[in-house]
Design a protein around this ligand. Structure first.
Ligand SMILES: [Zn+2]
Length: 202
């Protein structure tokens, strides 16, 4: 399997992914942005594109879906994924991990040791929940990603920071609310500090 990460610009430094399996069989993840750049990669690698996947329904991730549909490239829909989250394209096993939060339909694709995360998780930070998302869902989804192997390579939907990063490192960079335990620890330190200041004054 070969992963091509294509900088297609689009709305804001978007990535389209071209995944190539045996016998020049390939598929696209988030076909969007600059069509010429994608077509050049397809031509250069002599790939026969059979399917396209999207990570969520925001327009900056699927601008070119209709174009490729017209070329006979089948889109795997959200409903199909719901019914059949694990499937194969080009003899490559793909596992859908549903990660609502950035949007209700956000999902990541786990392919071997690679996670294609769309706008759920970037190499530094997460996608906003302001456009059809939900903070609590996002927190649950990040906790779900925490259960995966930290060494998995994260391939995000936008170039925000780095092109890719190990999942464990990316998750560490997500700003999380401190736990109850940590809040108590901070409180304890503040009280200690106040006491210390008092003794200095006396
Ligand atoms: Zn988005």
């Amino acid at each position: 399997m070969n992963i091509l990460q294509i900088m297609v610009n689009g709305f804001d430094k978007n990535f389209t992914y071209l995944i190539i399996g045996k016998n020049n069989c390939g598929f696209l993840i988030d076909p969007t942005g600059d069509l010429k750049t994608i077509e050049n990669e397809i031509k250069k690698n002599n790939v026969n594109i059979t399917y396209q996947l999207v990570t969520h329904a925001h327009p900056d991730h699927n601008e070119l879906v209709d174009y490729f549909k017209e070329k006979g490239v089948k889109l795997v829909t959200f409903n199909e994924l719901k019914n059949n989250p694990e499937f194969e394209i080009c003899e490559i096993k793909i596992k859908t991990i549903f990660t609502p939060g950035h949007t209700k339909d956000s999902r990541c694709y786990l392919i071997e040791n690679n996670l294609f995360s769309g706008d759920t998780l970037f190499t530094s930070g997460v996608g906003t929940t302001a456009y059809g998302g939900d903070d609590k869902d996002l927190e649950d989804s990040l906790n779900l990603l925490e259960t995966l192997d930290k060494k998995i390579m994260l391939w995000p939907g936008h170039l925000y920071g780095k092109e890719k990063r190990e999942l464990g490192e990316a998750l560490m960079r997500v700003h999380k609310k401190p736990s109850e335990e940590m809040l108590n620890e901070i409180k304890r330190k503040v009280i200690e500090y106040e006491k210390f200041i008092k003794t200095k004054k006396n």
